[in-house]
Write a protein that binds this ligand. Structure first.
Ligand SMILES: NC(=O)c1ccc[n+]([C@@H]2O[C@H](COP(=O)([O-])OP(=O)(O)OC[C@H]3O[C@@H](n4cnc5c(N)ncnc54)[C@H](O)[C@@H]3O)[C@@H](O)[C@H]2O)c1
Length: 254
């Protein structure tokens, strides 16, 4: 079992830290004794004042120099960076026929390239420490081809994640596998959590017909995603790497 403050002395960077899941992850890490830097877009700062052990900083994960500056700042202020949780992301809805090239690029840039750039930025720091935990947020939609059933109800497609979103998250999953192998010899684990539908700003339009498909009978809570992340962030999870952990209420298993 874990000691109450089992992450005492550790430092974590959580991107998307002002969002539903990001705030829950930040709170869970801080409650476990970790110093947390919760990073989000400048216009989101102050949206969630989570208090003790959590420092809020501005970060756009689409801007490589912003990421470098953010990571350097964490190390300068706190002396190390042990845990990176890549939570920043956006959803996209609507049909493959109608998605614009700009929307495709926006989703891939934030969800996939942004996640990669954040991973890349922490590698030298974690290698030097010979210790690191990288946890990415994928999605069930990166595995199951999407939840909407347009052959039954065309409106579902307009209220749930689409092909661009699913492709971005499938990319996050395979990136996780690659980095896990590349970094395993340096004491760095790389894993992902693949949530099913979680109640947050991202899912306010999620149709009831799709909620009804979740075997546990409800959407997930952000705190339930945070609990899975806490395990992957823990010192005891050192033999788990390259795992894409489903946390989806039974919606999909592989
Ligand atoms: N809610 C769900 O059902 C669900 C399911 C599977 C996966 N996810 C994933 O979980 C993560 C968090 O989602 P959430 O439900 O908390 O949504 P959310 O919208 O509450 O949080 C997303 C956060 O990411 C931030 N963000 C967006 N673009 C950014 C950028 N360029 N730079 C920095 N930050 C940026 C937003 O400002 C926001 O605070 C996302 O990656 C999402 O794809 C969510």
């Amino acid at each position: 079992m874990y000691a109450a403050q089992f992450l005492s002395g550790r430092v974590a960077l959580v991107t998307g830290g002002a969002g539903g899941i990001g705030a829950a992850v930040s709170e869970a890490l801080a409650a476990s004794g970790c110093q947390v830097v919760a990073a989000d877009l400048p216009n989101r700062l102050g949206a969630t004042d989570t208090g003790g052990g959590i420092e809020h900083v501005a970060l756009n994960v689409c801007d490589a120099s912003d990421i470098t500056h953010c990571v350097q700042g964490v190390v300068q202020r706190h002396g190390r960076l042990d845990i990176l949780v890549n939570v920043a992301g956006v959803v996209s809805v609507g049909s493959a026929q109608n998605i614009t090239e700009q929307e495709w690029d926006r989703v891939i840039d934030i969800n996939l390239k942004g996640t990669f750039l954040c991973c890349q930025a922490v590698i030298p720091v974690m290698k030097q420490q010979k210790l690191g935990r990288i946890i990415n947020i994928g999605s069930v939609l990166g595995k199951n081809g999407g939840n909407p059933r347009p052959w039954l109800d065309p409106t579902e497609q307009d209220r749930a994640g689409n092909v661009a979103y699913g492709v971005s998250k499938a990319g996050v999953h395979i990136m996780t596998s690659y980095l896990a192998k590349e970094l395993a010899a340096f004491g760095i684990t790389v894993n992902a959590v693949a949530p099913g539908p979680v109640a947050s700003a991202m899912t306010t339009a999620f149709p009831q017909t799709l909620k009804d498909l979740i075997p546990v009978g409800r959407m997930g809570k952000a705190s339930e995603i945070a609990s899975a992340i806490l395990f992957l962030a823990s010192p005891e999870s050192g033999f788990v790497t390259g795992e894409i952990l489903d946390v989806n209420g039974g919606l999909w298993s592989d």
